[in-house]
Ligand binder design. Structure first.
Ligand code: GLU
Length: 395
C-alpha cells in the first residue's frame, strides 16, 4: 500500500490539501471538452428507452459549458441498448451481426432523444458515426477533423458514436471508451469526461469492500492503479472500469486531463468543471507532446519532403505560421493529400513535419507562387496553405 501512495492520494471530500484542490479546479480552464456517456447511464434498465432525466441534466450541463465558452463534443453510446429495448428482447444477443442490426435500429432513436433534448435548450446536434479505422487513416482522420471543426464552427454539438454497421472487431468491450480517447486527439480536446454509473476509481471494488475509498486524483496510471481495476462489465453497456482506464491513459498521454464520474449526480458537468471533488481526476502527462502532434511527429512515416526557403523557415519556426506554397523551392517524393511530409530548410535540416493539403504534383505546380494564384494554376483550390498550422509540428 505504501508503494502505491506515491501515485495517488486519498482525499476526504472536503480535504483542504491545496495541491490536489488546485488540480481539481483546473478543468475550469479547459476550452474544448469531450463528454462520453455510457449506455448503462443513458438507457433505462427497465426497457423504457432513454433515461430522460439523466439526458436533460447532461444537456443542461452542456448548455452551461457552452455559456462558459467551452466547446463540447459528445460521444454517446446507447444504440444497441435502445435497439434491444425497441424490439423488447430479453437480453442483448451475442452475434456480432445481430448487435450491428440492433445498433442500426437504436441509433436513430438515440439521435432523436439527443435532438429533442438539445432542441429544448435551443442547441443543434450533429450525428457523427465513425469507426476506429476512420481515425487510423490519414485522409479520413483529416476529413473527420475538418468536419467536426466545421460542426463546432456552426455552434452545433457533435454527437459521436461508433458506426456499428460497418465496424467488425469494434463492437467489443468498452469500445466507446476508447473511441472517446481517440476523439480527444481528433479534436485536440483539453479534457475528457467519462460519465457512467461508476463513482470514479476506488481503492477496491466498493461492491465487495465497504472500506474502499474513492481516489480523488491520479497523477500516473501505473500498474498499482491498473491492478485496482477488475474487468467488471455493466449489464447494459459494453465497457467496464478497465476500458475507462485505458481510455483515460490514452487521453492523458495525449496531453488532456480526464475525469471519470457518476453521471446521475445532478448538475454533474457543472460540478466537475468547477472543481468539486467528485469522481476521479487524472492529470495530463507532462512532457508529452499533444496527441495530434505526437501522431504527426512519431506515428506517421513521411512520404516525401518539401524544401523551403529561409523566409518560410522563419515563418514556421519563429512565427508559428502555416506553410504556404510561396516558400517552397523543391518537392521530393510522391505523396497524396493528407500524407505526412518532412519540411526541410535550405541547409538540409528537417525543421517540421506536417500533413499536406495538396498532393506532390500539385505542390510542384504551385511552389513559389502566392496562394491567391492556386486556383488559376490548378483550376481549384483546397485552402491557401500547403500545410495548415494545425497539421504541423516543429521538430
Ligand atoms: N456503440 C455502441 C452503442 O451505441 C456502444 C459501445 C459501448 O458501449 O462502448 O450501443
Amino acid at each position: 500500500m505504501k508503494k502505491s501512495n506515491k501515485n495517488f492520494n486519498l482525499l476526504e471530500p472536503q480535504s483542504k490539501e491545496w495541491g490536489y484542490k488546485l488540480m481539481r479546479s483546473s478543468p475550469l480552464s479547459a476550452r474544448r471538452v469531450v463528454v462520453k456517456l455510457g449506455s448503462a447511464l443513458l438507457i433505462r434498465s427497465d426497457g423504457q428507452g432513454v433515461d430522460q432525466d439523466v439526458l436533460t441534466d447532461i444537456v443542461n450541463g452542456i448548455q452551461w459549458l457552452r455559456q462558459q465558452g467551452v466547446e463540447v463534443v459528445v460521444v454517446s453510446s446507447g444504440a444497441i441498448a435502445l435497439g434491444v429495448n425497441n424490439l423488447k428482447l430479453a437480453t442483448k444477443p451475442k452475434a456480432l451481426s445481430q448487435r450491428q442490426a440492433l445498433a442500426a435500429i437504436g441509433q436513430s432513436l438515440l439521435m432523436r432523444a439527443w435532438r429533442d433534448t438539445l432542441g429544448t435548450f435551443d442547441i443543434v446536434g450533429a450525428q457523427v458515426l465513425l469507426t476506429h479505422d476512420d481515425l487510423g487513416h490519414r485522409r479520413r482522420f483529416l476529413n473527420a477533423r475538418h468536419t467536426v471543426r466545421a460542426i463546432l464552427d456552426y455552434s452545433a454539438v457533435p454527437i459521436i458514436n461508433e458506426n456499428d454497421t460497418v465496424a467488425t472487431e469494434e463492437i467489443k468491450l468498452g469500445d466507446n471508451d476508447n473511441l472517446s480517447a481517440q476523439i480527444c486527439s481528433l479534436v485536440s480536446a483539453d479534457l475528457l469526461i467519462i460519465l457512467s454509473t461508476f463513482d470514479g476509481l476506488f481503492t477496491a471494488d466498493p461492491a465487495i469492500d465497504p472500506a474502499s475509498k474513492r481516489i480523488s486524483v491520479v497523477e500516473t496510471i501505473d500498474e498499482h492503479i491498473t491492478n485496482l481495476v477488475g474487468t467488471s462489465v455493466t449489464q447494459v453497456g459494453t465497457g467496464g472500469m478497465a476500458t475507462k482506464l485505458q481510455a483515460v491513459r490514452a487521453a492523458t498521454r495525449h496531453g488532456a486531463a480526464a475525469l471519470i464520474a457518476q453521471g446521475r449526480q445532478p448538475n454533474v458537468l457543472q460540478r466537475l468543471m468547477q472543481g468539486e471533488d467528485i469522481g476521479t481526476y487524472f492529470t495530463p502527462q507532462e512532457g508529452r507532446v499533444r496527441g495530434k502532434r505526437h501522431w504527426l511527429a512519431f506515428t506517421l512515416k513521411p512520404a516525401g519532403a518539401l524544401i523551403v526557403d529561409s523566409g518560410a523557415a522563419i515563418a514556421l519556426v519563429a512565427h508559428g505560421r502555416s506553410l504556404l506554397p510561396g516558400g517552397i523551392t523543391t518537392v521530393t517524393g510522391n505523396f497524396d493529400v493528407g500524407d505526412a511530409v518532412k519540411v526541410i530548410d535550405l541547409g538540409g535540416k528537417e525543421i517540421a513535419r506536417g500533413l499536406v493539403s495538396y498532393n506532390a504534383d500539385e505542390i510542384r505546380r504551385i511552389a513559389g507562387y502566392r496562394s491567391d494564384r492556386i486556383e488559376t494554376l490548378l483550376g481549384y483550390q483546397h485552402g491557401d496553405e500547403v500545410i495548415h498550422r494545425d497539421d504541423l509540428v516543429l521538430v
